[in-house]
Ligand binder design. Sequence first.
Ligand SMILES: Nc1ncnc2c1ncn2[C@@H]1O[C@H](COP(=O)(O)OP(=O)(O)O)[C@@H](O)[C@H]1O
Ligand SMILES: [Mg+2]
Length: 248
Amino acid sequence: MSTPAIVGEGITVRFRPMVDRKPTLRRSLGRMQHRETKELVALDNVDLSIKKGEAFGIVGRNGAGKSTLLKVVAKTLRPDEGTINVFGKTSTLLQLGVGFNPHLSGRRNVYLGGLAAGLRKKEIDERFDDIIEYAELWDAVDRPVRTYSSGMFSRLAFSVGMAMEPNILLLDEVLAVGDEAFREKSMKAMRDLLDRAGTIVFVSHALPNVAEFCDRAMWLADGKVRSIGPSADVVDAYKTAVHRGKNK
Ligand SMILES: Nc1ncnc2c1ncn2[C@@H]1O[C@H](COP(=O)(O)OP(=O)(O)O)[C@@H](O)[C@H]1O
Ligand SMILES: [Mg+2]
């Protein structure tokens, strides 16, 4: 029997859209009351079970709930209902290195990111040169991160994430930017992680990458699991629906 890495049952997440406008008489009487009570179900009773050594893809149109599901797995968001169990040390790479402070230098961000992930300063000192070299940042390391190109940004995010030596890597659209050479390098690092019985959850719009790289995939539509299975089958089904215009 294979060992589980991530097991989620009945995960439901609801958002209540914030009403931050000043109430006016008209809104108070009508629309706003309505808006306030209307909640959005971002994830609706989602089950998932991902094994050690598995690469698992998540596809679906914008707003389908992919990022929300990743946040639940990363435990940065608590579901309203359901349970999530994660067995292993997780490193989360969100879209374009969310979590970096854009006003600080790459160097400072490596330290902040490392400390936030539970490394000690000494451990970061030891890994620092490798992180920067792997990210191919060279002398940009002391420039504020806001001056980085999106490629530099994602290279740094990936490099910091891998330096945490995670067992479980959660990627949200991280490899969409960056050049081909770095993508290959990242893929190799990810394959090495899988070979060491690590687990990867991969949210991406790059459907060929999902089909090729992942063992299995899930298609989320409006917060519900539309299908789950071998990645090539799920990607095909999703692509067919997109082409039919049903689920753009
Ligand atoms: N913090 C939030 N507050 C309110 N609504 C949110 C929040 N985060 C996500 N949503 C909504 O939940 C739904 C799912 O979002 P998300 O998980 O980001 O989708 P995806 O990553 O698949 O594009 C969307 O309708 C989105 O607008
Ligand atoms: Mg998203």
